[in-house]
Design a protein around this ligand. Structure first.
Ligand code: GLV
Ligand code: GLV
Length: 332
């Protein structure tokens, strides 16, 4: 009997072909147009609970994987592979309790995301979206000494909260901008940090000293709402916040207050709550808030690489091998 894999929505051919080439693997995926959107939770639960069931689930950050869903899938389910580096949408402890292996897609997106974070940083500090807007709206103002002035990225002090793979890649790029790089993390890693010229500081010092604050930590109960009124109050009035991690790390009401009261200067957000963020949201109207639709890893090459890794994790599980990219703490 073939091993059955449920893929919850359309999946790049780069990954699909790896699944198809694996002998004795049956791939189930919704038909278009359904496959173009996230599978509704109830539908996913219903499909997983139907006989004969599935051995593997290939999912995305738009899918919520919680205990009721895992219970619906029953004991046939052996592995879950997400095409994302973040795994806050999956209840990892619940998966471990049920003996599942779980995979994600780190490494292949590190440089792509780091490039984008530099782009967001420069866009926000140099007001590139505001400049584009005045041209498109036909309100290009006359040149004046202070017209469209922003703030310099070069020689800025940058505070990276969470010096993981992406944090390291961002710091490495910022060395080329002659930035002073500070980092804060649950763990000190002085040797690793030294290779990118980053110095450890306590979180409050990072907030107080940085011109650019970049959270690059995973979303956990400890980091939820980490950037609230208290944190913004400690930041410089000239500082910018660049969030390309998860929206929940920032308290958006507090961010709105900080941006409108001048308690911080600007923000660049690739992630929000909710996603998509409606255009009627009060943050969208702010000129000093640059918001883009969760696209930091969105290059064709990167998404294809992520699809390949997500597929290889499933193939490894099928062969009874260790997942090449297991969610930390889930290898058996
Ligand atoms: C993107 O946010 C990811 O987790 O891959
Ligand atoms: C997080 O997954 C990172 O790569 O820093």
């Amino acid at each position: 009997e073939p091993w059955r894999v449920l893929v919850t929505r359309n999946f790049p051919e780069a990954g699909m072909s790896i699944l198809r080439e694996e002998p004795n693997l049956e791939v189930v995926i919704p038909d278009e147009p359904e496959a173009s959107d996230a599978m509704p939770y109830d539908k996913m639960k219903a499909m997983l609970s139907e006989a004969p069931g599935y051995d593997a689930l290939l999912c995305f950050l738009t899918d919520k994987i919680d205990p009721p869903l895992l219970d619906a899938a029953g004991s046939r389910l052996k592995t879950i592979s997400t095409m994302s580096v973040g795994f806050n949408h999956m209840d990892v402890d619940a998966g471990k309790e049920r003996g599942l292996t779980m995979g994600h897609t780190p490494d292949v997106l590190t440089n792509t995301v780091a490039d984008f974070i530099l782009g967001m940083t420069i866009s926000t500090m140099r007001r590139i979206p505001a400049g584009v807007k005045v041209v498109k709206d036909d309100v290009w103002g006359k040149w004046a000494p202070l017209y469209m002035c922003g703030r310099d990225v070069h020689h800025a002090t940058v505070g990276i909260m969470g010096l993981g793979r992406i944090g390291m890649a961002v710091a490495k790029r910022l060395m080329g901008f002659d930035c002073e790089i500070l980092y804060s993390d649950a763990f000190r890693m002085d040797e690793r940090a030294a290779t990118v010229g980053a110095t450890y500081v306590e979180f409050d010092d990072l907030l107080a000293r940085s011109d650019i604050v970049i959270p690059l930590c995973p979303l956990t109960p400890e980091t939820t709402g980490l950037f609230g009124a208290d944190a913004f109050g400690k930041m410089k009035e000239t500082a910018v916040l660049i969030n390309c991690s998860r929206g929940e790390i920032v308290n958006q009401d507090a961010l709105y207050d900080a941006l409108t009261s001048g308690s911080i200067w600007a923000a660049g957000l690739d992630v929000t709550v909710p996603e998509p963020l409606p255009a009627s949201d009060k943050l969208v109207a702010l000129e000093n808030c640059v918001i883009v639709p969760h696209m930091a890893s969105a290059t064709v090459a990167c998404r294809e690489d992520m699809a390949r890794i997500a597929a290889r994790n499933v193939v490894a599980a099928h062969r009874g091998e260790k997942l090449p990219h297991a969610v930390p703490g889930t290898t058996k």
